[in-house]
Design a protein around this ligand. Structure first.
Ligand code: SF4
Length: 388
């Protein structure tokens, strides 16, 4: 049991200084590198438990490598959860696993090109493309995107591949274009309209892109219709193997669309003032807009404090929201974390109020709440940026 005496000075410091309150703690190595970030509703008890952990287990190894510990008291669990995640994402501590995975989120992007592509993206950037997401399952997204492109005949070759449309042949060197061979097998397999060799008319290709867009927005079902027809044809031909293959693809796309539209609704709805009970009456007011925590304030108990919070509510929910351009993976991760918090705890929604309702209830004088109605959170699909 000599192990339990590891780091006795640090243990005494924790015993002397740390209170049993909710909070977030950080464990630092000898070179002042951040080793671990954690949260607990009883920080003292949690920290002392590390000193009892045997060598060879993660908590035991961690405490033996730790040179110092610091902590913040955070009065509520939701606030602690978001703070913990932000610290982990910023510092990527060696011992944290959760929230640290790289490129754990994916977006679907429709490129802004003469022959647009539907492609996976790790990040939303200001490139004029339209983005949908975020999605937590990257591999799943890549698979589904491939299905969409193949069903609708959209290209998925590199953006640098030269493309030309059939109805452009009179402005380009038509003969040269007509002699071009497709640059990949998809043209011959019938899964691509093949603008690389001038096969489709511009408007036909554009129509397929429009169908992809409507599908991703939950407003159209063209890929599902096409697959249903193919499945019926295969069954009529008694080609049951192919019919089963198409059925699986159809199911995958159907689930993807349900997930996509469900999640978008969820994120758009995550805009409110969220009051949570805090440690010993230290209640907090979280301002959440578009699924991201924008500010946290003590619950106001005086008229002056109410005015201060009302000013922040005005500022946070009244500010122009430029859309998803620049939405980083960290911000996407926070949206998913917040969405998950409320999905697992639907009762917590009873603690939320729309900004207008909150202002009406808390502000004694007439409010400019009308300027906040509704707090527009542009859907993540609307990237309204010009091409760079
Ligand atoms: S057939 Fe041509 S346009 Fe289609 S993916 Fe292949 S190279 Fe690209």
């Amino acid at each position: 049991m000599a192990d339990t005496l590891a780091n006795p000075e640090l243990r005494e410091a924790v015993r002397a200084d740390v209170e049993n309150r909710p909070g977030v703690y950080r464990m630092w190595g000898p070179g002042d590198e951040l080793l671990y970030v954690g949260k607990s509703i009883r920080v003292r008890t949690r920290l002392l438990s590390y000193f009892r952990a045997p060598r060879g287990e993660k908590p035991g190894d961690l405490i033996r490598e730790t040179a110092r510990i610091d902590w913040d008291y955070v009065p509520d669990e939701f606030g602690a959860l978001v703070r913990e995640m932000r610290l982990i994402q910023r510092h990527r501590p060696k011992y944290n696993v959760q929230h640290k995975r790289k490129r754990a989120y994916a977006f679907v992007k429709i490129t802004r090109e003469p022959a647009p592509r539907v492609v996976p993206a790790a990040q939303v950037v200001d490139d004029g493309s339209t983005y949908y997401g975020p999605f937590p399952r990257v591999g799943h997204v890549a698979h589904t995107i491939r299905d969409i492109s193949h069903v609708l005949g959209l290209r998925d070759c590199p953006g640098s591949t030269p493309v030309v449309f059939d109805d452009q042949l009179d402005v380009f060197d038509g003969r040269e274009t007509l002699e071009r061979s497709p640059a990949c097998l998809r043209a011959d397999l019938g899964t691509c309209l093949a603008p690389c060799c001038g096969r489709p008319r511009a408007r036909d290709y554009a129509e397929r892109v429009r169908q992809a867009r409507r599908f991703l927005e939950g407003r159209g079902h063209a890929p599902l219709t096409i697959l249903s027809e193919r499945m019926a044809d295969a069954a009529a031909r008694r080609d049951f193997e192919y019919a089963a293959l198409v059925r699986d693809r159809l199911e995958r796309l159907r689930r993807f669309q349900e997930e996509l539209t469900g999640f978008r609704g969820e994120v758009d709805a995550l805009s409110f003032v969220y009051r949570v009970p805090g440690h010993r009456g230290d209640d907090r007011v979280h301002l959440i807009r578009g699924g991201r925590l924008r500010d946290t304030l003590p619950h106001p108990k005086s008229r002056a404090a109410r005015e201060r919070v009302a000013g922040r509510v005005d500022a946070v929910f009244g500010a122009f929201e430029p859309g998803p351009g620049g939405l980083s993976p960290h911000e996407a991760a926070e949206i998913l974390l917040v969405a998950r918090w409320f999905r697992l705890r639907p009762d917590e929604l009873s603690r939320t109020r729309s900004p207008q309702d909150w202002l009406t209830a808390k502000r004694p004088s007439p409010t400019p709440a009308s300027s906040l109605a509704p707090p527009p959170v542009p859907p993540l699909r609307e990237a309204a940026h010009p091409p760079s």
